[in-house]
Design a protein around this ligand. Structure first.
Ligand SMILES: Cc1cc2nc3c(=O)[nH]c(=O)nc-3n(C[C@H](O)[C@H](O)[C@H](O)COP(=O)(O)OP(=O)(O)OC[C@H]3O[C@@H](n4cnc5c(N)ncnc54)[C@H](O)[C@@H]3O)c2cc1C
Length: 438
C-alpha cells in the first residue's frame, strides 16, 4: 500500500519506468549474479527532483536503491528486496572546465568517458580510469570510491574529488561544490565509499590532472609474480609510470578466445605485466632504458597509439571474457606486496575445483580473483587474505556480496562507528538496506 502510494506520488514529480520489461534492465547486475525486482525506477532530471523523490520515500517509509551505470560488481546497486530504484543517469550536466583551478563540476550521471572527452578538450584529464568507462558514472565512482588503472599515480576516486552535492535520506540537500582547495570548517561527510547508504550523490566538484598525451606502453612476459614485483620496484623509479597491470596465461587464453586476438607474445609466460608511462615529453626513451635493465623473458613495446590500445585490450577484456565464460564469483582483494607470492602459492588449494582467472593492479597488490564452477570458496579465500593483513575488498566495495566478511577487514569499534554514522544520517535504513552496513 505504502509502495503503491509512493509510486503514484513519485510519478508526479519525476520521470518513471514501471513497465517490468524495461525495469528489468535496472534489476540485474553486469555479471548476472544479482537479479532483483522493483515496482518502479525513478529517473529524476535534477537535484530538486532527486530531493522530492527522497522526501516522498521518507514520508512513505519506502526503501531506495541509488543506481548509476549499474556496472558495480558487488550487487550494491541492485534492488534485491523490491526497493524503488533511483537512477541518476539523467543528471548529465557538465560545467565549464576551470583550467586555473584544474577542476570541473559534473552531474552524478555523467559517464566516465564523457567526462574524459569534456576535460581533455580543455587540455586536462581525470585521474581515474578503468574498463567500464563507457557506462560507469561519476556518482557510482564516488559511491564505490572506484580505483582502476591509474591509482599508482593519481590515487583512488577519493583523491580526485574536491566536494560533493548529495541528497540525504530525508530529502535535504547538502552541497560542497564551491571548489575551495582549503576549507577547514569541519569534517567531510563520508559519501565517498558509502555505496549509496548515506546519501544520494547528485553532483561533484572534481580535481583534474594534466593531460599527458605522450605515452609509452610495453607488455612484459615474466617467469612469476616475484619477478613481476622485482620489475615493478625498478619501474617505480620512473616519475612517468602511470600503470602496472598484470594477468596470467589462463585469462589471456580466455580473452583471445573471446576477442579473436592473436597471442601478444612469441611464447607463453607465467605472468604478463602491462606498463604504461605518460609525460609531457616522450617517455619512451626512459622506459626503454629501464626495460633493458630488467630480466624479462620477453618484452613487447607498443609502436603507436593503435598498438597501445591493442595491448590494453588483452588486459581490459578480461572482465567481459570471464562473464562470457559463465557467472563468476568475483573476489577483489588487496594484500601487502610482500605477502602476494605466499598468498598466490596457497590460492589454488583454497579455490579447489573452480576455474581460476586472476588479473589485477600490481602496484596496489590488488588481485581480481574470478572463479567459475565448483564450490564457492569465498570464505576460505577472504580469511586467508585477512590473515596476511589484506583487504577483503580493494576497490569494488562491499555491496551485498562481501557484507558477511566485513569484520575480517574492519574492527568491532570501526563497525560500531559505521552503524552510528548510518543511524545518524539514515535512521530508518531507507537507503540501500542490506548493503555495506551490517
Ligand atoms: C568491465 C568492468 C571493469 C571494471 N573495472 C573496475 C576497476 O578497474 N576499478 C574499480 O574500482 N571498479 C571497476 N569496475 C566496477 C564498477 O565499474 C565501479 O564500481 C563503478 O564505480 C560503478 O559505477 P556505476 O555508475 O556503474 O555504479 P552502480 O553500479 O550503478 O552502483 C554502484 C554502487 O554505488 C551506488 N551508487 C551509484 N550511483 C550513486 C549515486 N549517485 N549516489 C549514491 N550512491 C550511488 C549504488 O547504490 C551501488 O551501491 C569495473 C566494472 C566493469 C563492468
Amino acid at each position: 500500500m505504502r509502495m503503491e502510494r509512493a509510486s503514484q506520488r513519485i510519478s508526479q514529480v519525476a520521470r518513471v519506468v514501471t513497465d517490468p520489461s524495461v525495469a528489468a534492465g535496472y534489476c540485474t547486475d553486469f555479471t548476472g549474479r544479482w537479479r532483483g525486482s522493483t515496482p518502479l525506477v525513478a529517473l529524476p532530471g535534477d537535484t530538486a527532483e532527486v530531493a522530492e523523490v527522497m522526501r516522498i520515500c521518507a514520508e512513505e517509509g519506502v526503501p531506495v536503491v541509488p543506481q548509476g551505470g549499474n556496472t558495480g560488481l558487488v550487487g550494491g546497486g541492485v534492488p534485491m528486496g523490491g526497493e524503488v530504484v533511483l537512477s541518476l543517469r539523467r543528471l548529465t550536466g557538465l560545467g565549464p572546465v576551470d583550467v586555473a583551478a584544474q577542476q570541473v563540476t559534473a552531474g552524478a550521471g555523467v559517464v566516465l568517458s564523457a567526462l574524459q572527452r569534456h576535460v581533455r578538450a580543455a587540455g586536462l584529464d581525470f585521474g581515474v580510469d578503468f574498463a567500464a568507462r563507457d557506462a560507469a558514472t561519476v556518482g557510482g565512482m564516488i559511491a564505490t570510491n572506484a580505483g582502476g588503472e591509474r591509482v599508482l599515480r593519481y590515487g583512488t576516486t577519493r583523491a580526485n574529488v574536491v566536494g560533493v552535492e548529495a541528497v540525504l535520506a530525508d530529502g535535504s540537500v547538502v552541497s560542497r561544490l564551491g571548489g575551495l582547495a582549503k576549507d577547514n570548517t569541519g569534517f567531510e561527510l563520508p559519501f565517498t565509499g558509502s555505496e549509496g547508504t548515506l546519501g544520494v550523490v547528485t553532483a561533484a566538484r572534481l580535481r583534474l590532472v594534466p593531460l599527458l598525451e605522450r605515452r609509452a606502453t610495453a607488455l612484459l612476459g615474466l617467469p612469476g609474480v616475484p619477478a613481476a614485483l622485482e620489475a615493478l620496484a625498478v619501474l617505480r623509479s620512473l616519475d612517468s609510470l602511470e600503470m602496472a597491470e598484470f594477468f596470467q596465461p589462463e585469462g589471456l587464453r580466455l580473452v583471445r578466445g573471446h576477442t579473436g586476438l592473436p597471442s601478444p607474445t612469441r611464447e607463453e609466460h607465467a605472468v604478463y605485466l602491462l606498463v604504461e608511462c605518460a609525460a609531457p615529453r616522450d617517455p619512451a626513451p626512459e622506459l626503454h632504458a629501464v626495460l633493458e635493465s630488467l630480466h624479462a623473458s620477453e618484452v613487447v613495446v607498443a609502436a603507436d597509439a593503435a598498438d597501445r590500445h591493442r595491448l590494453w585490450r588483452y588486459r581490459e577484456a578480461h572482465t567481459e571474457a570471464i562473464n562470457a565464460r559463465g557467472v563468476p564469483v568475483k573476489l577483489d582483494v588487496a594484500l601487502p606486496l610482500g605477502e602476494l607470492p605466499g598468498f598466490l602459492d596457497d590460492l589454488p588449494s583454497l579455490v579447489g575445483g573452480c576455474e581460476l582467472y586472476l588479473f589485477g593492479h600490481l602496484a596496489e597488490g590488488n588481485l581480481h580473483i574470478n572463479l567459475i564452477g565448483g564450490q564457492d570458496p569465498t570464505d576460505a579465500v577472504l580469511r586467508r587474505v585477512a590473515l596476511s593483513g589484506g583487504s577483503i575488498s580493494a576497490e569494488h566495495g562491499v555491496g551485498r556480496a562481501k557484507t558477511p566478511w566485513l569484520h575480517l577487514s574492519r574492527s568491532p569499534a570501526e563497525l560500531a562507528a559505521f552503524r552510528a554514522v548510518k543511524q545518524a544520517l539514515d535512521p530508518r535504513h531507507l537507503l540501500n538496506p542490506g548493503v555495506l552496513v551490517p
